[in-house]
Design a protein around this ligand. Structure first.
Ligand code: ADP
Ligand code: ZN
Ligand code: ZN
Length: 731
């Protein structure tokens, strides 16, 4: 008798055996409902077997088969199986995470009948004003007026809700429902926007890639911000979509990508969907189904959009490929860029990685001839290179963390009616609240880290665990009320500068200021209206925006990154610097970048400023090779957390012993730890780590694979929280 092996969404790295239901044999990759303990779960059929560890009579029977066809294409199936094994994460959870929630809950995996919407006579002639308060309605109406295939309509920017709004305004009407057909779009309709003539480097890039659209190739398109990478994406997308194929574009963060998405919509008259966090589950499911059925041309999304099924996928693009957000930092710790390369490989299609500052791993792959590099060295539109300067902070009197010389420059640029961007990677008002009499610091006891003071909300917030409390007015140590702030965050920078420059409009952009829906869009709108303005921001500001009126960019505090315990900090700083510097200056305006530091002679800074990111990354790669660090070796981090510090540490010691058993020890395996994690305590948990390092990725995988059963059978394994981070980017 055939036994059905099912992957279930439970944190156990094994399959579960069931008896089929009355001779019905479900296909691999379909959902089944099964009894599990006292619960009923939805799982996915992974395999068949002839016998089980349990006597067949004890096996429970499947309750229902939910699909007649597998939910995964063969390439996605292969990819997810590989990813579960490589990242050592239970297959059942991996498969489920690749599905929209609706499917996880058992909703049918077929497209509901789609309502067709058409413009009314009024809708054909109405022009919503460009300054209209409803930019989405305006965009939707414009798309409909451009005569896009009505079948594709539900999957455009136009959500069902939006269509209903237009309906109440009498701009659209419904037709009788027809089933959604596989999309066939044409690019014959002229796009709204004239494409610029490519410069020579862009032309080379487009030619090279388009000559090899038919097979797997990894391309790295390296060019500073404004060098025209997006233009290259557009040309390639046009070609791929014109062949009736689909494409996938991954971006680090949707909220920072509106300009690009708008540009895609204007230039590519095809069904484009954007997977963003505000989608309702029903919309997410509809998109998933439409993409699978081939009715969507282009999917834009973050990390997890990689798992969107696409029947006729022809091209994958990863924008800002170096961005850390592509690595999932909890649970299934996959790297979307690395998996995307593998997906492209399985699909037999090209993948394009774009960045001004490629990750060292990516540059290493270029050096090894695995990836092919295309360079854009000029700024499109011919903007001049920026002037850069290191400003020595030693002995300087600082106002809000700003040296007098920088402050004078800020004023100059503002007087010339230009914009200034100040970069400080620290949210809040002050990174610490300190007792002036005894030195006590307000500390989050769960993390043993200082609270950040948030003045506006009058709260102390822990940026590590999110813990909050009212601002202390009295020292817990000595009772003194003389509490002072130490250090400067963006909030304080904003308020101090507003006092010094009362006439100037200041936009602060960080996670706090943009929390409210629409706040970021409003701020960006103000900035783009131009005129003298100060922009203050964290990391968020470095990503994906064009600020044409910014002529001065200053990084206020970079010393932390120069002397970090994390060997990757230098790479991050260089990426940040290059990205931020790319925001300064445009065609008609000379841009200037200033870095404040106490260490202007630091060799890394010198290389970065004098020779640029490429030389810098080459130097860093050499250092990594000498020090036997990634990408020259492979790393796996075992992380253990517990309320009781010794238990977490003991667990990792036991793991280490297993790996070092006589006869098992691989002399090339290098173990470090157990040691406290970079963040040694978080939300009450003590955190320890054990680093495994090996020159061979394959061998390290083997070691982990073969020891996994013993590791998970350790007595402490069931008492503490532990996880495996393959190719860690932190810690
Ligand atoms: P990136 O994606 O590298 O930041 P973009 O493609 O967004 O660069 O280009 C930056 C700006 O230059 C955009 O406004 C774009 O329209 C314009 N641009 C791109 N390529 C050209 C070109 N060949 N000629 C003129 N303008 C261009
Ligand atoms: Zn005190
Ligand atoms: Zn905390």
């Amino acid at each position: 008798m055939t036994i059905i092996r099912v992957a279930l969404p439970v944190p156990l790295a094994r399959l579960f055996d069931y008896r089929p239901k009355e001779g019905q044999l479900p296909l691999k990759g379909v959902r089944v409902k099964v009894p599990f303990g006292r619960r009923k779960l939805i799982g996915i059929v992974v395999d068949y077997a002839n016998n089980s560890d349990l006597p067949v009579a004890q096996l429970k029977q499947l309750l229902a088969i939910l699909d007649s066809q597998p939910l995964f294409s063969s390439t996605l199936w292969q990819l997810l199986q590989w990813a579960a094994a490589y990242y050592h994460y239970p297959l059942g959870e991996v498969l489920q995470k690749a599905l929209p929630k609706g499917l996880r809950q058992g909703k049918p995996a077929v497209q509901a009948e789609t309502i067709q919407w058409q413009l009314t006579a009024l809708g054909h002639t109405t022009v919503l004003q460009a300054a209209s308060k409803a930019p989405r309605q305006q965009a939707a109406l414009r798309q409909l007026q451009q005569g896009l295939s009505s079948q594709a309509t539900p999957f455009l920017a136009i959500s069902p809700r939006l269509l209903r709004t237009l309906h109440t305004k009498g701009l659209v009407k419904t037709d009788r429902p027809t089933p959604a057909a596989a999309g066939s779009w044409s690019l014959t309709r002229p796009s709204d926007q004239q494409a610029p003539i490519l410069n020579a480097e862009q032309q080379v890039a487009v030619n090279q890639i388009s000559q090899q659209l038919q097979g797997f190739n990894v391309w790295l398109l390296q060019g500073v911000t404004g060098s025209g990478k997006t233009e290259v994406y557009l040309r390639l997308l046009e070609q791929v979509l014109a062949q009736g194929k689909q494409a996938l574009l991954l971006v680090p963060e949707i909220s920072l990508t509106h300009q690009t998405i708008e540009r895609l919509r204007q230039r590519l008259p095809v069904p484009i969907v954007v997977l963003h966090s505000a989608l309702r589950e029903s919309e997410r499911l509809a998109i998933w189904l439409a993409a699978r059925d081939g009715a969507v041309a282009l999917v834009v999304g973050t990390r997890s959009a990689l798992f969107t099924p696409l029947q006729r996928l022809g091209l994958i693009i990863i924008d800002e490929e170096h961005d850390l957000s592509y690595k999932q930092q909890s649970g299934w710790r996959y790297h979307a860029r690395d998996l995307a390369v593998l997906r492209a490989h399985y699909e037999g299609i090209p993948i394009l990685l774009g960045s001004a500052t490629p990750a060292l791993e990516t540059l290493h792959n270029v050096q090894q001839g695995k990836y092919r590099q295309l360079l854009l060295t000029q700024r499109a539109g011919g903007a001049a290179a920026v002037q850069q300067q290191l400003l020595d902070l030693k002995g300087q009197p600082l106002t809000a963390g700003i040296a007098p010389e920088l402050f004078a420059r800020i004023q100059q640029h503002l007087q010339a009616n230009n914009q200034v961007l100040l970069f400080l990677n620290r949210r809040g008002y002050a990174p610490a609240l300190l007792c002036h009499d005894c030195g006590w610091l307000a500390t989050c006891l769960r993390c043993e880290r200082y609270y950040t003071l948030h003045q506006a909300s009058q709260r102390l917030c822990c940026h590590h665990c999110g813990n909050q409390r009212a601002v202390a007015h009295q020292c817990t140590g000595c009772g003194s009320t003389h509490l002072i702030t130490a250090g400067i965050g963006t909030e304080q920078l904003e308020s101090k500068l507003q006092q010094l420059l009362p006439q100037i409009s200041i936009q602060r952009i960080d996670r706090d200021s943009t929390r409210q829906k629409g706040a970021l869009a409003q701020q960006l709108h103000t900035i783009h209206q131009g005129g003298a303005q100060l922009l203050i921001g964290t990391q968020m500001l470095a990503k994906g925006h064009h600020f044409p009126d910014v002529t001065l960019v200053a990084l206020l505090d970079i010393d932390g990154a120069l002397f970090s315990a994390d060997y990757r900090a230098a790479e991050r700083l260089a990426q940040l610097y290059t990205q931020v510097a790319g925001r300064a200056g445009r065609a008609s305006k000379q841009g200037e970048v200033v870095l404040q530091t106490h260490h202007p002679q630091h060799p890394l800074l010198q290389t970065l400023l004098l020779q640029g990111y490429t030389a810098f990354s080459e130097q860093l790669l050499e250092e990594r090779q000498l020090a036997s660090l990634p990408p020259y070796v492979s790393q796996v981090l075992l992380l253990a957390e517990d309320f009781e510090s010794p238990r977490a540490c003991d667990f990792l010691s036991a793991v280490r012993q297993l790996l070092e058993q006589p006869g098992h020890l691989d002399s090339a395996l290098w173990l470090l730890g157990p040691s406290p994690a970079l963040q040694a305590k978080r939300a009450g948990y003590f955190r320890w780590q054990l680093l495994l390092q090996h020159p061979s990725r394959g061998r390290l995988q083997q070691l982990l694979q073969s020891h996994y059963p013993q590791i998970s059978a350790l007595p402490l394994a069931r008492k503490i929280k532990w996880s495996i981070d393959v190719d860690p980017v932190e810690g």
